[in-house]
Structures are given as structure tokens and as C-alpha cells.
Write a protein that binds this ligand. Structure first.
Ligand SMILES: Nc1ncnc2c1ncn2[C@@H]1O[C@H](COP(=O)(O)OP(=O)(O)OP(=O)(O)O)[C@@H](O)[C@H]1O
Ligand SMILES: [Mg+2]
Length: 116
């Protein structure tokens, strides 16, 4: 299993959620997140000489999924979240050891997705 963590521009949440819904992603977590990337949070807001690092607000989306669906989900997020401007965000993918569904006690693939 894989865990996808995407940092996106907040106004892109609706588009990203719609796109993920259209490929049947069955769950996600969204958290407000503050951070910075290569521009140290600066040139997204103003240009000039030297600044301190600025923490900009993004949304962090977390999705647990199968190895098979991971690439499709990453592509979908990339397409839906891209404006082409700096600060479009990042997507991190990592291995996920296990997922438990509390109600039923299922774990593993059965807890992360239902296959039709
Ligand atoms: N190396 C990193 N590790 C963890 N989180 C990061 C890292 N780089 C960026 N982020 C997170 O991603 C968010 C968006 O970063 P951002 O899109 O500015 O990345 P970037 O590499 O500077 O790309 P761009 O050049 O398009 O701006 C940051 O606010 C931060 O939360
Ligand atoms: Mg940046």
C-alpha cells in the first residue's frame, strides 16, 4: 500500500476533490498546512531583495491507497492542482505498512479500498 501526501493551493481543493471522486477515490484527509518550498515562501507574495522565510498556507491532502492505484491518483492530483505558477505544491509518496478500519476490524487492502 502507498500513502500519498499532497500539498496544494487551497483554492484548488474543489477541483482536486472532484477529479479524485471521478476516479473513485474513497477517502482522504485534508488539513491546513503551513510551509515553504524553493522560493522560501517569498516570490509568491512579493519580489525584492532579501527576506526571511515566510510560511504560506497550503492544504495537505492525505490518501491511503493500493500500489496499483497510486500512479493514477498522483497524475490526477497533478493535473487538477496545476496552475503552472510557482507554489503549485508537492506530492510525496511513501510505503504504507497497514490500515485498520475500526468498525469492522479489517486491515490491509480490505480496509483501504473496496473493489467493485
Ligand atoms: N522538501 C519539502 N519537504 C516537505 N514539504 C515541502 C517540501 N517542499 C515543499 N513542501 C511543502 O509544499 C508546499 C508547496 O511548496 P512549493 O509548491 O512552493 O514547492 P517548490 O519546490 O518551491 O515548487 P515551485 O517551484 O513550483 O514553487 C510548501 O508550502 C510545503 O508545505
Ligand atoms: Mg515554491
Amino acid at each position: 500500500m502507498k500513502k500519498i501526501t499532497a500539498f496544494i493551493k487551497p483554492f484548488k481543493l474543489y477541483d482536486v476533490r472532484k477529479a479524485l471522486e471521478s476516479i473513485n477515490v474513497q477517502g482522504m484527509s485534508v488539513t491546513e498546512s503551513r510551509g515553504y518550498g524553493r522560493q522560501k515562501g517569498q516570490s509568491e507574495t512579493y519580489r525584492g531583495e532579501e527576506y526571511d522565510i515566510a510560511f504560506l498556507t497550503k492544504l495537505k491532502i492525505e490518501i491511503a491507497t493500493t500500489n496499483e492505484l497510486c500512479d493514477k491518483i498522483v497524475e490526477t492530483i497533478m493535473k487538477a492542482a496545476r496552475t503552472g505558477q510557482i507554489g503549485d505544491g508537492k506530492i510525496l509518496v511513501s510505503d504504507l505498512d497497514n490500515v485498520y478500519r475500526i468498525r469492522t476490524g479489517e486491515n490491509g487492502i480490505d480496509a483501504v479500498a473496496e473493489f467493485l
